[in-house]
Design a protein around this ligand. Structure first.
Ligand code: SF4
Ligand code: SF4
Length: 212
């Protein structure tokens, strides 16, 4: 890594604190520390996991991240070399250690679920290379999945994308009949030539990128 870790953290802290300023120029809740600020404390801070309840810190929805999964992280950094996103960015919050610390910090009420939290959590490739490298068996992949569930509920997507995801997740996937109908429609769409025509005419451009 060409820059020192402390330099990276200082730079990112400035970025995240700037992002936390609201449209009217006021800094959001003063008792909520930014994601980057808590990252600076992680080298020395190791607390016992809190008790699991229906809510945990700022995790307010079902399926909260399991505290036992981060309890054994000793911030040793042995996972850093294995993590592709850390190797690419050199940023602590995009490392396994940083992500674990952020997830824990939400549970402790130190930070809220916002963009600064969502970005590193969804930036994880879920490859779990860090789990192989971790001597303490910290289950980063499981924590990431649970944290994503919380983010999806705290920051639901709106518009076409949000409606599409909600419909598929809540109405189609749990229902075998609807799944079969959707499968049939997709086969017809692909085999009838409609798919080719839609691509040729650019009709798919009205859809969000991931649905094209
Ligand atoms: S290797 Fe394991 S214990 Fe060490 S910092 Fe990474 S996740 Fe934590
Ligand atoms: S699962 Fe995520 S945090 Fe772990 S090595 Fe892969 S990208 Fe990095």
């Amino acid at each position: 890594m060409s820059m020192g870790l402390a330099d990276l953290l200082r730079g990112k802290r400035h970025h995240l604190e700037t992002a936390a300023v609201t449209g009217d120029g006021q800094t959001e809740s003063t008792n909520q520390t930014s994601a980057a600020a808590v990252m600076e404390d992680q080298q020395t801070d190791k607390t016992e996991p809190p008790c699991q309840t229906n809510t945990l810190g700022n995790y307010l929805w079902d399926d909260i991240p399991d505290a036992t999964k981060w309890a054994d992280c000793v911030h040793c950094g042995l996972c850093l070399e294995a993590c592709p996103t850390y190797q690419e960015t050199g940023e602590e919050q995009h490392s396994p250690r940083g992500r674990v610390y952020l997830i824990k910090s939400v549970a402790e009420g130190k930070i809220t679920i916002d963009e600064a939290f969502s970005d590193p959590v969804f930036g994880c490739l879920d490859c779990r290379a860090c789990e192989t490298a971790c001597p303490a068996n910290v289950q980063v992949g499981g924590l990431i999945e649970e944290a994503r569930g919380q983010i999806n509920q705290a920051m639901p997507e709106s518009g076409v994308t949000g409606t599409f995801k909600k419909t598929v997740l809540n109405k189609v996937l749990p229902n075998q009949k609807r799944m079969n109908t959707l499968g049939g429609l997709m086969r017809f769409y692909q085999k009838s030539g409609l798919q080719k025509a839609a691509r040729k005419t650019g009709a798919l451009n009205v859809l969000p990128d991931h649905l094209k």
